[in-house]
Design a protein around this ligand. Structure first.
Ligand code: ACO
Length: 425
């Protein structure tokens, strides 16, 4: 192998040769601009719809090796974090780069817990939604509305202000998610209980039958939810994180950025996929109808939701942990009747040429919906749960981006293919 870390390009249109540096396995797209037909030529662009092969940033938060099925946060394997840490520890790790000491963790939990309450007007805002509004739509709207409550959040280059918004967003996400859920059922809102853990408090605000009734969140379920939150906490430059960073690059406040990120997560090709998985499993209905469904997938008439990933071309490591977790949850809740269909579907798909040749394996969403459903969540809440967990990653990525001196406003180029100049008669 040569010592030279460069790429030589010969432009066959002009015969000119260019030497472009390679750094971290990448060339800088801007280096292509020197490749011109003439002095007044704009220069060569790279065309990459869907950013399939474009790194938009340097990041030290999350590492994924999609071919090997590896996921690490700040260097720690996801399997270890799921087993030995809690969601709030992981949130700290993602945002600050190191696991918290005991004292740092206590302070971190205290500060987040202090910010679990929402302004009473947020409740009124929530009341304004129609009774059958999708909870994800309510969450997106309410996140955006929070920016009007905290104008200090505009001060994004003040570290103390940023830290406060981070406490607020992590603290209030479960509260707003629970408000959206209770609103959709017409049930009275439950205030946060600061004596409970992050996920116990969340379950309490969701499922406590009424403000006057006692409710003890099941420890197995609150632990399972905590693990699910860890698994969903970050996933490098996915669609919603890209939205968070993109809006953040214009120096908008973090609430507006988070509303954009949540909106991106809402789509069925991203966070909405676990809702689509449950719908798909219901549509299949029984194990003997799986082959009929797969025939439609082979014919490109249907997708096998919960399969395939832009990055993972191997088993998604999160899916493996979630599958194991499902059995623990079902011991408490009883087995989800859709599980047998999911297991058989996975078994068949993993030996089916269509999926093998395209490297389509189960992703994080294949089993998570089954757990959520067994825990009593309607499908419309699945993406809301994902958003609560992903807030840690969005915030870590947003902070990294605005402090990155190499970043400017996200403003891609285009290749114009519309009409040339013309004039009205
Ligand atoms: N079912 C059936 N076929 C699929 C699936 C699937 N789930 N996923 C990809 N394919 C096929 C495509 O039709 C295409 O086939 P072709 O080459 O014959 O045209 C080939 O596999 C490549 O697919 P792309 O869409 O180009 O792959 P890409 O990396 O762009 O898409 C995506 C990734 C969007 C996740 C896709 O696999 C998909 O739609 N999956 C189902 C939705 C889903 O589960 N999303 C959750 C992802 S995880 C997350 O966001 C948290």
């Amino acid at each position: 192998m040569s010592e030279k870390n460069t790429l030589t390009i010969i432009d066959n249109r002009t015969g000119k040769q260019y030497e472009i540096p390679i750094q971290n396995g990448a060339i800088r797209a801007i280096d292509l601009r020197q490749i011109k037909l003439s002095q007044d030529d704009f220069g060569l662009l790279s065309y990459d719809p869907g950013f399939e092969n474009t790194a938009s940033c340097k990041s030290s938060i999350t590492f994924i090796d999609g071919e090997k099925g590896i996921l690490r946060y700040r260097g720690y394997p996801i399997e270890e974090l799921a087993q030995k840490s809690t969601y709030l520890e992981v949130a700290y790790l993602l945002i600050y780069g190191e696991m918290p000491s005991k004292a740092q963790l206590q302070e971190w939990i205290r500060n987040i817990t202090l910010h679990t309450m929402v302004h009473e007007n947020i409740k009124k805002f929530m009341d304004g939604f129609h009774h059958d509004a999708h909870p994800m739509g309510m969450l997106v709207g309410t996140l955006g509305a929070l920016s009007t409550f905290y104008p200090d959040a505009k001060d994004i280059f003040d570290m103390q202000s940023r830290t406060k918004q981070i406490y607020r967003l992590l603290g209030k996400m479960p509260t707003m998610a629970a408000l959206a859920y209770r609103h959709s059922l017409g049930m009275p809102y439950i205030y946060p209980d600061n004596d409970l853990s992050y996920t116990e408090n969340f379950l309490n605000m969701l499922f406590k039958p009424s403000p006057s009734t006692k409710y003890d969140p099941d420890p197995v379920l609150s632990k399972a939810l905590d693990v699910l939150f860890i698994l969903h906490a970050d996933h490098e430059q996915n669609c919603s994180t890209n939205a968070m960073r993109s809006v953040g690059s214009s120096y908008a406040d973090p609430y507006s950025c988070a509303a954009a990120a949540a909106a991106a997560l809402y789509g069925p090709l991203h966070g909405g996929a676990n809702e689509a998985v449950v719908r798909m499993l219901k549509e299949i209905g029984s194990v003997d109808r799986i082959s009929e469904y797969l025939e439609q997938v082979h014919a490109h008439k249907k997708l096998l939701y919960g399969f395939g990933h832009r990055i993972y071309k191997n088993y998604d490591p999160r899916a493996r942990i979630i599958k194991e977790l499902a059995y623990k949850v079902f011991e408490v809740t009883g087995k989800n009747p859709l599980l047998d269909i999911a297991l058989e579907l996975e078994r068949i798909a993993l030996s089916d040429e269509y999926f093998l040749s395209r490297k389509l394996y189960p992703n994080v969403d294949f089993y998570s919906g089954l757990i959520y459903q067994a825990m009593g969540f309607p499908a419309s809440m699945f993406t809301v749960l994902f958003s609560v967990a992903r807030m840690a990653g969005w915030l870590a990525q947003w902070q990294e981006e605005i402090l990155d001196k190499e970043q400017g406003i996200a403003r891609p180029r285009q290749i114009y293919i519309g009409p040339a100049t013309r004039s009205l008669q």
